[in-house]
Design a protein around this ligand. Structure first.
Ligand code: KIV
Length: 275
């Protein structure tokens, strides 16, 4: 007998159905505790491969492994109940062939319990996306600036700031929609291009440095909380938690050094003898 959870989780088709409707709210999370907070307010939680830079201090997302994504994907699933959890496929885990992509996506879905995966690339990934979707893997695509390609593109610069460069990015967005992706992240493109693509394709666009006209927006949680030392222009800071963490750590260090911590409330007394 199966026991139905109290809260129904959003699914990829639910998000697909939001095209042109109420904006889709998405944040990244890599941990159970931040996932529980994001889950109260977000439609989608993305376990982004940005975890390589945010959690592990890597320079790029290229070294991130499938095992890292699965470990954090599981934590986010444990912490959340309602949001659709999407796990990023890391560089090297899906590009070699559609069969490689299917095997690794199936691992992510089975081992994390997440509802969808995300992969980077437009036209070059269209055949793979169709293969995955036909076999039961919901795919969120990612076009515009694709950080896993840093070694071929050379820098994290915004794309499509000259109209002459729009064609390939528009073609990428159309290709992933035609291939069956349920939504597409558009990262760091000129605003009019993000707006135009959103009007052109039938699936929701999730903007990050794209356009307010996108069907949804995503940010890296630590960037918007003010915890990341360097952030791109498209990040708006909604918090500044770095200084509060530092103040707490400083107070703890002072208390330990002065023996003010632990105090009487934080230690165990002996059981009373006459009980
Ligand atoms: O890895 C990530 O966090 C992402 C978002 C920036 C969209 O792909």
């Amino acid at each position: 007998m199966s026991v139905q959870p109290e809260v129904r989780r959003l699914t990829a088709p639910d998000i697909r159905a939001r095209k042109g409707g109420e904006p889709i709210v998405c944040l990244t999370s890599y941990h159970a505790h931040t996932a529980a907070i994001a889950d109260k307010h977000c439609d989608v939680i993305l376990v982004g491969d940005s975890l390589g830079m945010v959690m592990h201090g890597l320079e790029t997302t290229v070294p991130v492994t499938l095992d890292m994504m699965i470990l954090q994907g599981r934590a986010v699933m444990r912490g959340s109940k309602r949001a659709l959890v999407v796990v990023d496929m890391p560089f090297g885990s899906y590009e070699a062939s559609k069969e490689q992509a299917f095997m690794n996506c199936a691992r992510v879905l089975k081992e994390t319990g997440c509802g969808a995966i995300k992969l980077e690339g437009g036209r070059r990934m269209a055949e793979t996306i169709a293969f995955l979707v036909e076999r039961g893997v919901p795919v969120m695509a990612h076009v515009g600036l694709t950080p896993q390609s840093i070694n071929t593109i050379g820098s994290f610069r915004a794309q499509g700031r000259d109209e002459a460069d729009w064609g390939p990015i528009e073609a990428d967005a159309k290709a992933v929609a035609d291939a069956g992706a349920f939504s597409v992240v558009i990262e760091a493109v000129a605003e009019p291009l993000g707006r135009r693509i959103t009007g052109q394709i039938p699936i929701p666009t999730i903007g990050i440095g794209a356009s307010p006209a996108c069907d949804g927006q995503v940010l890296v949680l630590e960037d918007m909380l003010g915890l990341s030392p360097r952030v791109p222009k498209f990040v708006k800071r909604y918090g500044d938690i770095g200084p509060s963490i530092e103040n707490a750590v400083k107070s703890f260090a002072e208390d330990v050094r002065s023996r003010a911590f632990p105090g009487p409330e934080q230690v165990y007394s002996m059981r009373s003898k006459d009980r």
